[in-house]
Write a protein that binds this ligand. Structure first.
Ligand code: FAD
Length: 449
């Protein structure tokens, strides 16, 4: 089949790879100049299936309210919310019921476990060499933090996730550079979990996909999907050299945001495909709404700081060894090669280009608390990303209900952890094959009101 994938974030790249391995002729349209240039750019990189849970959880609304005025709040609500934010929060609040939470948690974790297996298999078979470390340590600063972590422990046990409860001394055996100055009650150690560089993986997998014949069309913004009896058409704005090989030139003027993304002159073109897979994260709604499909997907913003680790003679592994989570502040610390990345914060409302200094201060504080002086913060790269969040948690995978249009989107705070599994399930669905794991609950139907 001739298939178009819209978006080359981690979801689009893994989807293109799986479709090409099934023998499809795949074209990826990406408005940016490279893969993983938006939300997949500098995430925390954590792959911990036992911690892939819906954001809509019992007690969450109260937690959000309690933290509203606190200095290092893990969640912040912007004072100028849009109508869309409020409608989304209402649906999120309804999904916080215990039953919905438990059902959605199981769905997400089932997919996350499969996804990690698939990631390992792809990495092994293709010999992908990207920055990654095994092991994930959840830091509990006090006995109260341990008490609050109990429901999470129950769900780890339910999922048969291997974990060990550590006291402070044991935590320091796996992470010897943890500062002795910061109060540490203990930790939850997950030896089978990991951190990895999502963007680097996406770049390596892109090369493998190209080897299988996938064509990546960068700086090419899909403006419109014209669905109907096959072929499905995508109307794109492409640079001149790309445009010359596409079909059916149409005469509309280039959209403003395509010009913002890339200053070069873009040409409107239309090309036909047997199937389209929308992997455009938050921008998917702009493409799907004209076709009558409106998904309740909102941006939940987060930040990361990435800095080179200081070199210590005779001690090359100085700093964090693998992945850590400060459970109190919900901030992840990840070792990525010779760098450390600190990531966290959940901001509802606001915009991508406006940074909240309080959120960044929390990231610096957590890094300083655990690994003081370990990184060259003068060379730190600060990044803000928009998690594509559906109100109930699981992504949407599979047929859209519109002939020829398929969906792989809405992965929220776990897109890297869910990517390889989601892509495989999507490819199976498109081929009409039974899924390797239960794909119940990922359909778009659950989100229709
Ligand atoms: C601070 C932070 C920390 C995170 N930590 C983790 C973590 O530890 N583990 C984890 O699993 N997840 C994590 N995430 C979440 C993860 O990063 C996202 O779920 C994931 O990147 C989403 O991938 P995506 O491919 O759907 O979206 P994106 O990476 O945003 O890709 C969508 C692509 O579509 C393109 N596009 C959009 N519209 C069009 C169009 N019309 N035409 C052409 N191209 C288009 C965009 O340019 C973009 O490249 C984190 C997120 C944040 C913000």
């Amino acid at each position: 089949m001739k298939v178009a994938v819209i978006g080359a974030g981690i979801i689009g790249v893994t989807t293109a790879y799986e479709l090409a391995s099934d023998g499809h002729e795949v074209t990826v349209f990406e408005r940016r100049g490279s893969v993983a240039a938006e939300t997949s750019f500098a995430n925390a990189g954590v792959i911990a299936p036992g911690y892939v849970t819906p954001w809509a959880a019992p007690g969450m609304p109260a937690k959000v309210l309690r933290h509203l005025l606190s200095r290092h709040a893990p969640v912040r609500i912007h004072p100028n919310l849009h109508a869309g934010d409020i409608a989304w929060m209402w649906r999120w609040w309804r999904a916080c019921q215990l039953h919905s939470y438990q059902t959605n948690r199981l769905r997400m974790q089932r997919l996350a476990v499969f996804s990690r297996e698939r990631l390992h298999r792809v990495t092994r078979e293709l010999k992908l060499d990207y920055e990654r470390r095994d092991g994930y340590l959840v830091l509990l600063r006090s006995a109260k933090d341990l008490a609050l972590a109990q429901p999470g422990l129950a769900s780890l046990a339910e999922l048969s996730t291997r974990f060990e409860m550590f006291d402070a001394a044991q935590c320091r055996t796996v992470e010897p550079d943890l500062s002795p100055e910061t109060e540490l009650h203990g930790g939850i150690y997950l030896p089978d979990d990991e951190v990895g560089n999502c963007r680097q993986f996406a770049a390596l997998l892109r090369a493998e996909a190209q080897r299988l014949g996938v064509r990546f069309r960068f700086h090419t913004q899909v403006q419109k999907i014209i669905a109907g009896p096959a072929p499905q058409l995508v109307h794109v704005y492409a640079p001149p050299e790309e445009a010359s090989v596409l079909l059916n030139v149409s005469a509309e003027s280039a959209p403003q945001d395509a010009q913002d993304t890339q200053p070069m002159e873009l040409h409107p073109v239309t090309e036909g495909f047997d199937a389209l897979v929308v992997c455009a994260a938050l921008a998917s709604n702009a493409l799907l709404r004209p076709l009558g499909l409106k998904l309740p997907m909102q941006a939940v913003y987060g930040y990361s700081i990435t800095a080179p680790l200081r070199q210590h003679e005779g001690h090359p592994d100085h700093g964090p060894r693998a992945g850590l989570m400060d459970e109190r502040y919900k901030v992840a610390i990840s070792r990525l090669g010779a760098r450390v990345r600190v990531a966290g914060s959940a901001e509802i409302g606001g915009t991508l280009d406006r940074h909240d200094p309080r959120a960044l201060a929390t990231l610096y504080k957590v890094l300083h608390d655990w690994f003081p002086g370990s990184a060259r913060l003068g060379q730190a790269q600060v990044w803000k990303g928009a998690r594509p969040m559906l109100p109930d948690g699981p992504p949407v995978l599979g047929a859209s209900g519109i002939a020829g249009v398929w969906l792989n989107l809405g992965h929220g705070s776990s897109g890297w952890a869910l990517s390889c599994g989601s892509a495989r399930l999507l490819a199976d669905a498109l081929a009409g094959r039974p899924p390797v794991v239960d794909a119940e609950g990922f359909g778009v139907e659950r989100l229709r009101e």
